[in-house]
Design a protein around this ligand. Structure first.
Ligand SMILES: C[S@@+](CC[C@H](N)C(=O)[O-])C[C@H]1O[C@@H](n2cnc3c(N)ncnc32)[C@H](O)[C@@H]1O
Length: 195
């Protein structure tokens, strides 16, 4: 009955994204979320997939090639600069974004997402997200440095204005070994004036 965290994140994205949309993978890693987004937006849509590591861009490139995907723009860049790469005309139309925090699976764990950069990236995307759009953030925090990022993110997301955003935390609270949880930020379609 209760979906695991990543399938639940994907379900929310499925509901938010339409064919032809422009969407963002903020941490493309090995490319699995990029592939998922790419199939959701279809040939007329575009996925901007970003990662700070060359190895991640290479892994994503080969996964996409294997699946003959051509609607994706791969960016070797720090995600805090994502807005520089999104065309002006797409501002306010972004249907969704996903972040999987932590380190590249299979890597030496030296490069991890950091609170400042992650929050800057999310903040930038909230500005260009369309009403009804969703940002899904899968928070892994069991590694060194993960707790600090988790706390900073909860603090940031919990303080977003409720007139403009719905913020959800989806978490299994009886599992051992710091399982990941989901933060989902939805830009409201009609901001309420009286809340
Ligand atoms: C958990 S992995 C992502 C997994 C990926 N979603 C997948 O489907 O395979 C986290 C990724 O974040 C990347 N990363 C870390 N800091 C980053 C930053 N500042 N900007 C962009 N990517 C970053 C890492 O290089 C790593 O590939």
């Amino acid at each position: 009955m209760l979906q695991k965290v990543i399938p639940y994140a994907h379900q929310l994205l499925k509901e938010a994204i339409y064919s032809g949309d422009t969407v963002i993978d903020g941490t493309c890693g090995n490319g699995y979320d990029t592939l998922f987004l790419s199939n959701l937006v279809g040939e007329s849509g575009t996925v901007y997939a970003i990662d700070i590591q060359q190895a991640a861009i290479e892994n994503t490139t080969s996964l996409l090639k294997k699946h003959q995907i051509s609607n994706t723009v791969l960016l070797l860049e720090d995600h805090q600069y994502i807005k520089r790469h999104i065309p002006e005309e797409a501002s306010g139309t972004i249907g969704a974004a996903i972040f999987n925090l932590g380190y590249l699976p299979g890597s030496d764990k030296q490069t991890i997402t950091t609170p400042e950069s992650t929050i800057s990236a999310i903040e930038a995307i909230t500005e260009i997200l369309r009403p009804g759009g969703v940002i899904a953030i899968v928070v892994y925090y069991g590694h060194k440095g993960g707790e600090i990022e988790k706390d900073a993110l909860l603090n940031y997301a919990g303080s977003l204005d409720q007139k403009t955003f719905h913020v959800l935390k989806y978490e299994f609270i009886n599992q051992k070994n710091d399982p990941p949880f989901l933060l989902a930020i939805e830009k409201r379609t009609q901001p309420k004036k009286t809340e």
